[in-house]
Design a protein around this ligand. Sequence first.
Ligand SMILES: Cc1cc2nc3c(=O)[nH]c(=O)nc-3n(C[C@H](O)[C@H](O)[C@H](O)COP(=O)(O)OP(=O)(O)OC[C@H]3O[C@@H](n4cnc5c(N)ncnc54)[C@H](O)[C@@H]3O)c2cc1C
Ligand code: FES
Length: 361
Amino acid sequence: MIYIQAIVVLGGLGGTLAVLLLIADRFLANYGPCKVAINDRDPIEIEGGRKLLEVFYDNAIFIPSACGGQGTCGFCKITVKDGGGPVLPTELPYLTTEEVEAGTRLACQVKVREDVVVHVKEEYLNVKEFKAVISSARMITHDTRELRLKLTEGEEIDYRPGQYVQVFVPDTGETTFRAYSVASAPSSKTEIELLVRLVPGGLGSTYLHNIRVGDGITFTGAYGEFELDMSEDTELVCVGGGCGMAPMRSILRHIHEVAPTRTCRLFFGARTTDDIMYMNEFQALAGEMKAFGLHYALSEPAQSPGWDGETGFIHESVERHLGTEGRRQAFLCGPPQMVEATMRVLHDRGLTRDQIFYDEF
Ligand SMILES: Cc1cc2nc3c(=O)[nH]c(=O)nc-3n(C[C@H](O)[C@H](O)[C@H](O)COP(=O)(O)OP(=O)(O)OC[C@H]3O[C@@H](n4cnc5c(N)ncnc54)[C@H](O)[C@@H]3O)c2cc1C
Ligand code: FES
């Protein structure tokens, strides 16, 4: 009993000490002016104590940071060439041994306490901040809202199909961003569409479910690694679950516009008929395209009287319909379990890692 009490007391003291250190670091530590040198730009002078991600943002450098700096996405990787202190335990789950050796760090975790020299990928230096107004908003399922964002007059955004933007969430007391995939085709440069599923209590999704037509909105972009193979003989396999529909819609609308003879398939997994998105729209596209296979499957068909389509998890549909022949490229987007299970099927069907792109959320 006495041991348990000692452990509880020591644990409490340790926790209190950690909190006091954090408070002291936040409010009392004075690191003085520090220089941050980014790529070949002139060094920026800042007051020490700020996170690199904030320094970048204040200087209009918008690197991917899908979790908004919470240290949970691992997207904000940059190279620290000098300064920056030791790698923190919060960074390690996202870094390989080779990356640690090469100086890769998470910008949202590195606090500037001394002069630092950093390198960010050149492509991020081209990412811009955009202002827009909400030009239309509608619920497309019981929990998912489709928003159309019209950019300020004269502004245009370039993006590849399947890329995402980071929406600024106001009134949170800090700089908060959340990532949302673009659901429109890249030909739509002055207006983009997003699909947002409401996460109860979630900062970003609640903001985007409450925003009204005519309200202003700020976002940065575009981000993401999705890269379409545009050769005519490559079959495109798109697999989406929930809001993972957004990038698939961007890809397939693009293909419909620029290469309607391409062979492609959309697999969309939903729980019930209430979660189905854009089925009529894709049936119409399929009618206009030469070889478009459309596969919607419900994992809870018992809750969906009248459904006579496919049932089961969406990776099972992929397993049923996808052969092993020919050159293919696959795009997956949805919950991690869906992505993992589908990845296994695709490997079984002969696709290699470089033929598969995915985003999990
Ligand atoms: C590349 C990328 C693209 C994305 N595209 C889209 C998109 O097109 N549409 C879309 O709706 N979302 C998308 N997301 C997810 C989106 O960025 C947010 O994570 C999501 O909207 C939740 O943010 P929030 O601020 O509302 O919740 P938070 O305030 O971040 O979280 C509130 C609470 O909910 C939990 N939570 C967070 N996310 C989920 C979840 N998905 N399900 C259940 N609980 C959760 C958190 O752990 C926390 O406890 C994407 C994410 C990434 C990384
Ligand atoms: S880990 Fe998500 S922004 Fe840094």
